[in-house]
Design a binder for this molecule. Structure first.
Ligand code: MG
Length: 264
């Protein structure tokens, strides 16, 4: 089914995953058909996620288990964006102390950096969500930041949704390190512009012909707007309709669900 009106001007899609494509382990209605439609219509697309805990390979496997088949190059995470930022601004080899999960722990060494665990060895600190973080790891990061290491954070999301409710996210790790050091990190992920610029470059898209489809106003929609991209808020995740309609900048499109988009 073609993605026509009101999206005639859209040729490229940046797509958030959690709350858009799936919720927890469950695919959302219309997700597989939506992605197949993009592929059939030969629209450019990139999954753009602030989740730095998983590698693109892990995300491809997870999507495949939901009947959604995409290339690993179609997944762009805040972990990859952070590694690219480090490469540009702090070229390797350098020693990086990472507080974070598998996604960032894979992306940083893949970019040529050495992972270290003690503050005294660190030249840079990168923080992300680590769902198994320990006090000792946070203490080393705080010591390194206090010793003057630049501090970069993958993403600001304060929370992550789970089947049981709202859990601490990468922003909660930032809050703890900020309380301990009196400093604030440079943040890479949505809503900061860097990750959108990298994503547009990866798919060769013009911002005016691109839409950011996401469920969180304070990251997906705010960041897309700042990057000059059209924005589409889907109400299957974090944000509700009243909140989306009142938000400034207002999303260019508000849709109830992917089936509504497919029917348009
Ligand atoms: Mg989301």
């Amino acid at each position: 089914m073609p993605l026509k009106s009101p999206f005639d001007s859209i040729q490229a899609w940046l797509i958030d995953m959690d709350g858009v494509i799936y919720r927890g382990a469950e695919p959302l209605p219309g997700a597989a058909e939506f992605v197949r439609t993009l592929q059939q219509e030969e629209q450019a697309y990139l999954f753009l996620t602030n989740n730095a805990t998983k590698t693109p390979d892990q995300s491809v496997t997870r999507l495949a288990s939901m009947g959604i088949h995409v290339e690993v190059s179609s997944i762009f995470t805040s972990a990859l964006a952070t590694a690219a930022y480090l490469t540009e601004h702090f070229p390797p080899p350098r020693c990086v102390l990472v507080v974070g999960g598998n996604g960032i722990r894979t992306a940083v060494p893949q970019a040529g950096f050495e992972l270290v665990t003690r503050a005294e060895q660190a030249e840079l600190v990168v923080s992300a969500l680590d769902q198994e973080v320990t006090y000792a790891q946070l203490a080393e990061a705080a010591l390194a930041i206090n010793a003057g290491c630049p501090w970069i954070a993958t993403n600001p999301d304060p929370t992550v949704p789970s089947e049981r409710g709202i859990l601490p996210g990468a922003g909660s790790i930032i809050a703890m390190l900020a309380a301990a050091t009196g400093q604030a990190p440079l943040i890479i992920g949505k809503p900061e512009p860097g990750i959108y610029d990298q994503a547009l470059a990866l798919i060769g898209a013009n911002p005016r012909e691109t839409v950011m489809l996401g469920d969180r106003l304070s990251t997906d929609i705010l960041g897309g707007h700042r990057a000059g991209i059209n924005t589409m808020c889907v109400l299957t995740g974090i944000s509700g309709r009243a909140e989306a309609e009142a938000y400034q900048p207002r999303p260019d499109f508000i849709i109830e669900s992917l089936p509504e988009l497919l029917a348009s």
